[in-house]
Design a protein. Structure first.
Lengths: 357, 357, 357, 357
């Protein structure tokens, strides 16, 4: 199956390139009778959009989705919901120089190898801009989940070598209190400084996003090949620049003994739960009712001003230095993308679970 | 879609429980005219099967698949290839005590929450034994890939806190030279000792498996939602006990600067390649022609003899100490499973790529 | 996607050839906690099996499915349900003569063109025997539907040029009262005679099967591409020898005027229904709550004793006369197959409908 | 899976309602490097669009698709191809009267039963207008097939009780020579007269469309559940108002003997073919290399001016007489839809076949 559709029962089919007319998506499978909260959708769009702070690219897009179908008198009808997000501030000329060069760390070379052709303007289909529709679709999914008491919150837990220390009971109100989206204000300040330094130096930084899913009932996720962590990992590795994923304590668990790693069961208020939650809210790939938590590692932005070695299409060595607008660190803007993809995973597994009832 | 099928064009539909009559699978989509190498299949089965060394459970299974269909005069016909692997040495009585208890770290509680019913004998459908058919299907996929010059090799790179140091040009012949399947013989010895100590103590250990895919041509993997690393991550998180996945340098990349992380392009012998390979053989989710490498982190085996706190179905606190046969460390036997799942990912993406040509 | 799986949420993956060890299937997606009625399953198997009357082939198979997985203490667990049906009375020698010839009306030539290889023994994968697992899976689906008050009944409404006249309120008890499975006993007698005459003459006959689905609630079927009639048509054309399908009055509707064809709505006992039901229980591809009825046209069995012109693999003209055991008319044994496929369609659409609730 | 996507490898995901802003689709899986022939696409759009002759509705739409993505310098890039077709001449006021009534023969009642909500303007998602994007996608598929020597031609072979007699070697140039799209000019004249009479009388007519697929190589179609006739039947029953489908001689075959029905094989010019083609170009669900031909039966248009009995939402009996613009007979405009759906089936099976090579 072609690969521009995410989900099986709540299906999001995306389209669009960085410098085409628009990006967008069609959502099929959305239940009927839902009154969309357009303000909440726009809020997530705004958290992702370029130009929102000094830490991000200066490309200026309002990123307001236009809905073309699937709504009647403000409610979903059960028909596909299509929306487009116009590309307004695309300067294709900036990219003419890229026609012949393979930018290190980018998908230029591999797209050309795969398709024999490449829309080089702004990265074309491989541009981070193509994830804007994910955020819109994810915000709709979040609304459905929220009605069931499920909360999804991601935040920046590391930028480069700076790690945040986040208290166990994260106050999500602190996440957007700074431009980095790190609720540890001390770390956030250092991160911000590091990002601006990298920008100054024409370099870039990577980072880590942590995400919590609260209120997910026990029983979601399907063995063997739609396990909740597998679906989340797949969703997160769909995001540009992601290179690592951990559920619960992740790789740290591989260094523990079983007697240290296992979460003991206990009863509390007539409810069965685990005393600790090292496994991250899943057992055997199925949600346990405990909070689900995971981490996503991003490599630094590939586009840097510093000169790099590369080759052109003829394989001739050339030096390459990026001139266009770009982010020095992608993680602050990726927070709503992580949330969106987590929401799309959950709503699909929820519907899968319901289908059997 | 239900979740016991892996792949879209090379589809493996699995079935079976630990203590039922058999586990098995149906492979649909296999090209016609392939002469199966049953010796190679059995070799991978043997690497996974229980009872192969002092490091593994003493359950004794020959794990010889019986093929029921899809073959004619030794060749595949294009019809589905079904095979079963009988369960011979299953002692269900060992598990009667488990009927009422939720074992910490296991899927007992979540399966019961999901399905309202649970086959408690040996973990039922959540047992590691249900992965035996994956190895058989993967071995067939490996054969198809091998004919295209693709090699898949996994090995144990960490057990608990002991990490191997592996030379860049791994000699795959060393992998099976010891029971741990770690080609660094010095580390392997320490690992073996650690596993036996854990066994002695009634405890268990986790570990890390590294995997290399060599000879994959540039252009495999499909943006946006069938990216090669996303498919690999999904496949690896389908394996029991997996809690972390990294492609290339993984989380280490999130701590680098762009100028450090990017792999410069260069020409060598008229071929475009990258000078380094921190990204792990993929760019934009598509193979670059460089070796693909990734790491998979496993939590320690949940079944331990040491007494643990748990609850029974009524939520009453009970102490629980496992008596049955089990592995003190799962990673040596998981090596062929990692290889199998990688092969299933690659063969599916290969066919997807071909479909468009 | 490969094509040996039927359904999306209640998925049946089939395997097996006429003269291999067994045919069978894996059912994935079956809800947990269902107590299977094995007697009802066997009853449908027996209605399809060969050798049941003078009208059918003398191949002798007991066709008793063996369940390998997915059951625990007699109930489904939510895990895949695998079953095999052994091939006992297969005489491959009968078919050695077929190795080099393309039998008219059969799939010999096209399978060889498609796959480059062909299991010629008894038609291999294209044999009618490969539909036995459909009947088993369908009987399980019927059980789920029956618990919701849905009844599925098919019967033979034509054999060759003999058409039955069936009263509107069909008494389903009459269907199995004769070997033809036609509840119009006068017609049934003529049909039986015609079939025996064809057998005598070394020739074969086609026929038509009519099917009624009662108790299906309004609202099943999904626009645009999972409409109920489209799914039924797809299911019926999967059956060997099917060449025509009509829902409701079918082609007769194309000769009516709108004022004649439309079914007027009316209220009866506080329930909205249609006065007539020419459309066959669907409007816009969605069930209306009225009985669904459709017809399936079968061509005559391709295997006949009468000599026919054909060619061998080298394209040389040869005369060909079938010697093996075969049915002179397939429709009596196809009745349970039509019911099975209708049941698989309905259970899948039921689950799809539930997923959105 | 939701149902607004057609195809598995060449996937068309549709959206839009009769009176929304636009209808459209996203095509995913289209091979890269194809230069689209926009003239040929528009030609098919024009053959379907309303207002093209006295036989069709007077709604006036230019039906020019706008492509939003997937093209670069006039060629496909392998990225999804999204297009929208604006709705210009929609007069929603015409439909206010329909809010409370269930129109006989329409999907009003069943959509409301399914979704609990209904966009009543012009039939909303169930409108024939929602098939416009199918024609655009199909025209693109036709272009891909045409490059492989495959021709797809449909024509009207019956209107009401008037049947055309069409010579075996149909000259496709005659199809569009009249407004009915029947190449038998004598019959066409009668059909046209009958349609205009029905229009005058406020009534409507049904009809039959025949379709030929020439140049399809032997070997396309996948047993067991993607057989070519099954896929075609599914595609055709997706079209509004379709009630019957026959491949080859269809139901007439059910009245023949095997010795009459079987197509004898012969060699001609070193090529194996069948002497006759009653089976319609398929054997065992796989193309034989002979022309594929099938028939599609349409019920008469449900919207008529003649007064009909119905009920409103409260179940109260009301008389209903349609006032809006509508076609008295849908088959002339359905010709390009049948061709489009046939093309989508073929291109998908072609890619499926290629995937295994």
């Amino acid at each position: 199956m072609p690969a521009n559709t995410f989900g099986e029962l709540f299906r999001v089919s995306t389209f669009g390139e960085s410098h085409g007319d628009a990006v967008g998506a069609v959502i099929d499978g959305i239940p009927a009778g839902i009154e969309l909260d357009f303000g909440a959708i726009q809020n997530q769009m705004d958290r992702r959009k370029p130009g929102q702070s000094a830490l991000s690219t200066s490309r200026n897009e309002s990123d307001i989705p236009t809905f073309l179908s699937g709504l009647f008198e403000g409610k979903t009808t059960g028909a596909p919901l299509a929306f487009i997000i116009p590309n307004k501030d695309s300067r294709s000329n900036d990219y003419d120089a890229l026609k012949e060069v393979y930018r290190p760390g980018h998908a230029d070379y591999t797209f050309e190898q795969k398709f024999g052709i490449r829309d080089h303007r702004g990265g074309g289909r491989s541009s981070a801009r193509t994830m804007a529709p994910w955020v819109c679709a994810g915000a709709i999914a979040q609304q459905i989940l929220s009605a069931k008491g499920i909360q999804i919150n991601a935040y920046v837990s590391a930028v480069g070598e700076i790690e945040s220390s986040v208290p166990e009971n994260l106050d999500t109100n602190f996440i957007d209190a700074n431009a980095v989206r790190c609720p540890d204000t001390v770390a956030a300040e250092k991160m911000e400084k590091a990002i601006l330094q990298a920008k100054e130096a024409g370099d870039s930084l990577g980072g880590v996003i942590s995400c919590f899913l609260k209120g997910v009932p026990a029983g979601w996720g399907e063995p063997q090949f739609k396990k909740l962590p597998a679906e989340l990992a797949h969703a997160m590795f769909s995001i540009n620049a992601v290179k690592g994923f951990e559920i619960g304590e992740g790789f740290a668990l591989s260094r523990m003994k079983g007697s240290e790693a296992n979460d003991a069961f206990e009863s509390a208020d007539g409810k069965i739960q685990t005393r600790t939650n090292r496994t991250g809210g899943v057992l055997g790939g199925i949600s346990s009712g405990m909070p689900i938590h995971f981490k996503v590692g991003f490599k630094p932005v590939s586009t840097i001003r510093i000169n790099q070695d590369s080759v052109n299409r003829e394989g001739e060595a050339i030096g390459f230095s990026a001139e266009g607008r770009h982010d020095p660190c992608v993680v602050p803007r990726a927070v709503p993308i992580v949330e969106a993809m987590a929401a799309l995973v959950l709503v699909d597994l929820m519907m899968m679970h319901q289908a059997r009832l």
